[in-house]
Design a protein around this ligand. Structure first.
Ligand code: KG4
Ligand code: ZN
Length: 337
């Protein structure tokens, strides 16, 4: 039996999970409310909150899993990409834990984790692993990519954003509308009551499988500015329709690029991962496209879409099977080349 304790601290969520033989036993996350009023994550505050949260979160994960420290065979952590100060808290904790308990240390790439979340298994919950090769639409606050996954540890980049990530498009729109950070979940909520065809925004002109969201952000900014000049209550009166229209545009761009990637690769086994895959409009649209185009789609359980340690744990489990451990000299990496 292989039992792994995993830590995720790359951005503003402090999370710990216990994975046993690929099965999830516990996953505990402390969100950081301190960033809400700043309209984005403040790195220094995030790092301090991780320091305050990490020991209670690990303790809760061990208790939830009904395991003791002595049962843990390896400790895994997110090495990057992410905020350096945030990553350092997880890396230092993991190194100390490995030394104190004389167990191996496993470093995990955060983006790899988001994809690996599709392989998480929980007792009494029906689950189908994606079949290789599959395409993943990875959409988070920092990344927007289409990746061809040929094996658990073999990937090929098919396309990516040349500027903002899809999550940033949601968050920056929310900021323009005066909504708190992170805006994605709020736009999702208001969009449910709105008309997605009320307002239209121009589409980016980039490569077939690449993305660009900075032009959309500017278009929304100018549109809102002009409308507010005519009617100062424009945003308040039309919030749901604005959110629905923006969300529809972002999803439509994502789906168009995904369709191009399907044509280029011929792969119809499709997965979605990352924080934006929590979006209900995107989840519904993917299911509809699957029916229309005979795709097999894999959508992660809602709780594994945004940052969590369970996804780090499942990646670490597969690394453990290869005996792919890291030394005490391993460092956090804000960005990978
Ligand atoms: O994967 P994640 O938790 O962190 C990163 O690795 O970036 O993704 C966070 C992003 C944020 O931009 C957040 O607004 C977005 O995911 N997000 C959503 C939803 N829930 C989270 N975007 C749209 N709709 C949602 N329901
Ligand atoms: Zn993430």
């Amino acid at each position: 039996m292989i039992t792994i304790l995993a830590i995720e601290s790359s951005c503003d969520d402090t999370s710990a999970a216990v994975i046993q033989d690929g099965w999830l036993l516990s996953n505990v996350t402390a969100n950081q409310d301190v960033h809400k009023k700043y309209g984005g994550v403040v790195p220094e505050l995030a790092s301090r909150a991780h320091q305050a949260n990490i020991v209670p979160v690990v303790d809760a994960a061990l208790k939830d899993a009904l395991v003791n420290i002595s049962d843990i065979d390896a400790i895994a952590f997110t090495r990057g990409p992410g905020l350096l100060g945030s990553l350092l808290v997880g890396v230092s904790f993991a190194k100390g834990f490995a030394l104190a308990n004389n167990i191996p240390l496993i470093d995990v790439n955060h983006l790899h984790g988001h994809i690996a979340a599709l392989f998480l298994k929980e007792k009494n919950i029906q689950h189908n692993d994606p079949q290789f090769p599959f395409l993943t639409l990875l959409v988070s606050g920092g990344h927007t990519q289409i990746i061809k996954v040929t094996h658990f540890f073999e990937k090929e980049l098919i396309g990516e954003t040349i500027d903002d990530a899809a999550g940033e498009a949601f968050d920056k729109t929310a900021k323009i509308l005066g909504l708190p950070y992170p805006g994605g979940p709020l736009i999702d909520k208001y969009a449910e009551e709105g008309d997605p065809n009320k307002y239209s925004f121009s589409r980016p002109k980039v490569g077939d499988t690449d993305f660009s969201f900075s032009g959309l952000k500017t278009a929304i900014l100018y549109f809102i500015r002009d409308e507010v000049k005519k009617n100062p209550s424009f945003v308040k009166e039309n919030l749901c329709d604005i959110c629905a229209s923006v969300q529809f545009t972002i999803i439509d761009i994502l789906i168009e690029k995904l369709k191009n990637a399907v044509s280029v690769t011929g792969i119809k086994e499709i997965a979605v991962a990352g924080g934006v895959s929590a979006n209900s409009g995107l989840r519904n649209r993917l299911r509809a496209e699957a029916d229309k185009n005979a795709w097999v789609v894999h959508i992660p359980d809602f709780k594994f879409t945004t940052d969590n340690a369970a996804m780090i744990g499942i990646t670490a489990y597969y690394k453990y099977l290869k005996k792919d451990f890291s030394g005490q000299d391993v460092t956090a990496e804000a960005r990978f080349k």
